[in-house]
Design a binder for this molecule. Sequence first.
Ligand SMILES: [Zn+2]
Length: 309
Amino acid sequence: MKILVLGSGAGGGFPQWNCQCRQCAAFRSGRIAAPPRTQSSVAVSADGLSWVLVNASPDISQQIRDNPALHPRGGPRDTPIKAVVLTDSQLENVAGLLSLRESAGLEVYTTPIVFEDLTADLPLLGVLESYCAVRWHMLPVAGAARGAEFEIAGFADLAFCAVAVPGATPPHARQRGEVVGGSIALQIEDRRNGQRFFYSPALAAVGEPELEWLRGADCVMVDGTFWHEHELSEAGLSPLTASQLGHLPQRGHDGRAGMLDVLSKVAAPRKILTAVNNSNPILDEQGSQRRALAAHGIEVAHDGMVIEL
Ligand SMILES: [Zn+2]
């Protein structure tokens, strides 16, 4: 299977339009070795021709423009994007749906709680239906059902599985806090060679169930939002901590393991961080934090990265 990283930044991307943190400022004055990043999203394909989009970032139009694999090829109106799977209803993962309104029809895969949110508190799907056909496919992850295998028409070589992961519902959602199905990770297995990709761009914590999924993958691409718990407050950007925003930072704190500790227990040949916030020092390719990642065998995703499994 092919995985195309469309965006590797967190909400706001890098540099963020209104941010003057050390790194965003350094980017604008050319003083940092760090490529720009759009907001996180990947596209997955079995044949390189038809693609499943995982999340629709607000940067989707630019991401499609930047990736020829996603350009139209057939009739006067065409797209190789055949389906969209949403891992939650955070704005940075769903707002791009509105930019797909010219579509002939959208096949959208979400859990019930995300569907509810996108038809009530943030009614994107209802709005879109005024422009194009929207077909909802339910991923039955809710209540006691923490995982669901599913198929996507036209992708017979790929086996999909949605898994509930710890995470907070978005600020606009009526149901706040932790809800099963509010945030999911995806495991995608190529049936031809058994290779497994595990994608979880937002991961608030890693317990035994999550660790098992990570250990079962050949390539893991996980939450790389923050380097440490108090990163935002120390930079004067926000009083909120990484935990309060639903992200496990790379560095451990207060006796709690960080993502680096977690990934050291995972033997996958590829371990990749994505959805990196503009405040995170791992953006600096020449920084000490980046060297620490390399020493742990951990990569950082970049826009346009291609992975073949
Ligand atoms: Zn910044």
